[in-house]
Design a protein around this ligand. Structure first.
Ligand SMILES: [Zn+2]
Ligand SMILES: [Zn+2]
Length: 436
């Protein structure tokens, strides 16, 4: 069927049993059913994906996306939808609850775009993939009379340091939820073992005392000197940092244009990134010491304000293994292949899904979409165009199938959720024996 927007929908013929995976146990294989189901969801989801892409809204302003997604979910049988959830206008929750005890599996749907760049991070595809995966999971539950619960969280404000997921987490939205699944488009990787960086922002301000720089400089306290000493101390620190540490430092107030005064005020902003939250804490201490050194050397007073950004993302390798199996069993895996088991895919960016990964087992699957003509990565005009194509949408649906397969596995495979949680405790450095 050809739609008037140029996206050609081709329903793939999947003969019975063509996706039968070989397992060593008696768990039925639901992937063929998920595959067919998601293919049929392509019809209603393409216009939704297109609408979100063509109506970009920045962090916490995702009103159109919120309304479109919640009204779509309301039209789905068996789902309870809460708009403007947990005190955020554009957050929402949809729950499919069998009311029979079982695992609670969740998917996050990001919705926000970038100021001036539109959907250059492809969050329209994230929302689409999560909705498709959640619906397919719920269909399997209904068709096979399985227990448990499926949740979709509409998670606003991921860009910047919005931290919509952190707000949801702090409001208790993930209480009783066993796993959190999400994906993110890019152009380089297909991988469920994504590690992102942890980051924080340090604002530093020095307060000195103005004086005439020629007549009586000894009466002044030079705030700019304090900042210059700190800048140099940070530059020296850079030699002893670890691979993966990144220190960015800028001067936001150099004391003003007058060269014949001792500067009373100076300020700077520093952004730190590290491969883990614990490493970031260590780096934070070292940078703060550099800032205090500026004050010590000059006598200026210093004010150091640290704003926590996002934690690094810790992928759950047990969930990732299930995702990989489904991805590879589905027909025609696209390039590049998923890396070998256990191999991490490092991404220099940061996400609030990282904070969630410290609260419950998480997968944040990277998927490659066909790049635009310039091969632009996320946050480029080129990627904004690439994330609106039918090919990108089709990749998102493939991700949805693998995510749904993973969620269904957690519900139907005995002992799998325990294994997932055991791995999470190990990743968190928690004593698995004590917590059982
Ligand atoms: Zn982004
Ligand atoms: Zn993004």
């Amino acid at each position: 069927m050809e739609q008037d927007d140029g996206f050609i929908m081709v329903l793939r013929e999947t003969g019975p049993g063509c996706l039968i995976a070989v397992h060593n146990d008696d768990v039925p294989d639901y992937l063929s059913e998920i595959d067919n189901d998601v293919e049929s969801l392509a019809f209603p989801l393409w216009p939704l994906n297109k609408f979100i892409h063509e109506n970009p809204e920045t962090a916490f302003q995702e009103h159109k996306a919120h309304d479109a997604l919640t009204s779509f979910m309301r039209s789905q049988e068996g789902w309870q939808v809460t708009p403007s959830a947990y005190g955020m206008d554009t957050a929402w929750v949809a729950i499919y609850d069998t009311r029979r005890p079982g695992p609670a599996v969740s998917f996050n749907a990001e919705m926000d775009a970038l100021p001036g760049l539109g959907h250059a991070c492809g969050h329209n595809l994230i929302a689409t993939a999560s909705v498709a995966a959640a619906l397919a999971t719920a269909h399997i539950i209904r068709n096979h009379n399985l227990p448990g619960k499926v949740l979709i969280f509409g998670t606003p404000g991921e860009e910047g340091i919005g931290g919509g997921k952190i707000r949801l987490l702090e409001a208790g939205a993930y209480k009783g939820v066993d796993i959190s699944l999400i994906s993110h488009p890019g152009i380089f990787n297909n991988s469920p073992m994504v590690r992102t960086t942890a980051f924080c922002r340090i604002e530093v301000e020095y307060f000195g005392k103005a004086a005439h720089a020629a007549n009586s400089p000894w009466l002044g306290i030079n705030a700019l000197d304090a900042l210059v000493v700190a800048y140099n101390a940070v530059s020296v620190l850079r030699q002893q940092t670890m691979p993966g540490d990144v220190i960015g430092l800028s001067i936001t107030d150099g004391g003003g244009p007058a060269a014949n005064v001792i500067h009373a005020h100076a300020a700077g902003v520093c952004v730190l990134r590290a491969t883990s939250s614990s490493r970031l804490k260590a780096l934070e201490k070292k940078a703060a010491a550099c800032f205090r050194a500026g004050a010590e050397a000059t006598g200026a007073k210093v004010n150091i304000q640290i704003t926590q950004g996002y934690a690094d993302h810790v992928p759950n390798s047990v969930l990732a293994a299930r995702y990989t199996e489904h991805w590879n069993t589905l027909p025609d895996p696209p390039e590049p292949p998923i890396p070998p088991p256990g191999q991490l895919t490092w991404v220099k960016a940061s996400t609030d899904q990282g904070n969630l990964s410290y609260a419950l087992p998480s997968v944040n699957a990277s998927f490659a979409i066909p790049p635009g003509v310039e091969g632009g990565p996320p946050h480029s005009h080129d990627f904004e165009k690439a994330s609106g194509t039918g090919e990108a949408f089709a990749r998102g649906l493939r991700v949805a199938k693998a995510l749904a397969g993973t969620a269904v596995d957690v519900i139907v495979r005995e002992g799998l959720l325990d294994e997932v949680k055991e791995q999470w405790r190990r990743d968190m450095g928690l004593d698995t024996k004590v917590l059982g």
